[in-house]
Design a protein around this ligand. Structure first.
Ligand code: GTP
Ligand code: MG
Length: 201
């Protein structure tokens, strides 16, 4: 898919502030610092579209971007950041759960996972929450440039094993690296393929 236009639309602190759900939407979520904003920039080919930072917790609202005047990308705030207060964590949970369970135009939630780590409890818990609630999801293993191919395989397999214990069908899985521009074509092809299933409410 060719990205002709990509522009920032707005930041929303609650679901009701999000753009009208009249176009298909793809959202990106994952632990703080996993590389959500960087991935959005790689996919769109715009280096400064989503703000990235080496300090975790940069994105705190839902940020919408309009692509090719026909679909949205949503950059969601990260979870599992230790230095965040209990109150902020509770606010995050409310915002995200509300968004995930009620956003009518959500086509797919890309759950980003740092490929350097073995399955983490907070990631698994979140993935299971999505599964239980029938939220369409895909997994994206980020920062693959920091791993050798064989150790990457071990991480993927451990996820397949853990999820396979309770799921009949595994979600689509992608490997990405913004350093090596890896995963861009595959993820964009997946979006292109699923865009046609969008049904206006
Ligand atoms: P929050 O908004 O804080 O939740 O973070 P985020 O998930 O949006 O992460 P962000 O894209 O800001 O990236 C965090 C850090 O990881 C930055 O320093 C990026 O440069 C780095 N990073 C992101 N993707 C990659 C990657 O594929 N490879 C490498 N080596 N570094 C990456
Ligand atoms: Mg971010």
């Amino acid at each position: 898919m060719i990205i002709n236009t990509a522009s920032f639309v707005k930041s929303s602190a609650r679901l009701s502030q999000c753009p009208e759900p009249e176009m298909p939407e793809y959202a990106f979520i994952g632990r703080s610092n996993v590389g959500k904003s960087s991935l959005i920039n790689m996919l769109t080919g715009r280096t400064k579209l989503a703000k990235t930072s080496s300090t975790p917790g940069k994105t705190q609202t839902i940020n919408h971007f309009l692509i090719n005047d026909s679909w949205y990308l949503a950059d969601l705030p990260g979870y599992g950041y230790a230095k965040v207060s209990k109150k902020m964590r509770a606010e995050w949970k409310q915002l995200i759960h509300n968004y995930i369970l009620k956003r009518e135009n959500l086509m797919n939630l890309f759950v980003l996972i740092d490929s350097r780590h073995k399955p983490l409890e907070s990631d698994l818990e979140f993935i299971h929450f999505l599964g239980t609630n029938h939220v369409p999801l895909s997994l994206v293993f980020t920062k693959s440039d920091k791993r050798k191919n064989n150790s990457l395989k071990v991480v993927l397999e451990s996820y397949e094993n853990v999820l396979g214990e309770s799921w009949e069908e595994l979600p689509p899985m992608f490997i990405s690296s913004t350093e090596e521009k890896r995963g861009r074509e595959e993820i964009l092809a997946y979006i292109e393929k699923t865009l046609r299933y969008f049904e206006k409410a």
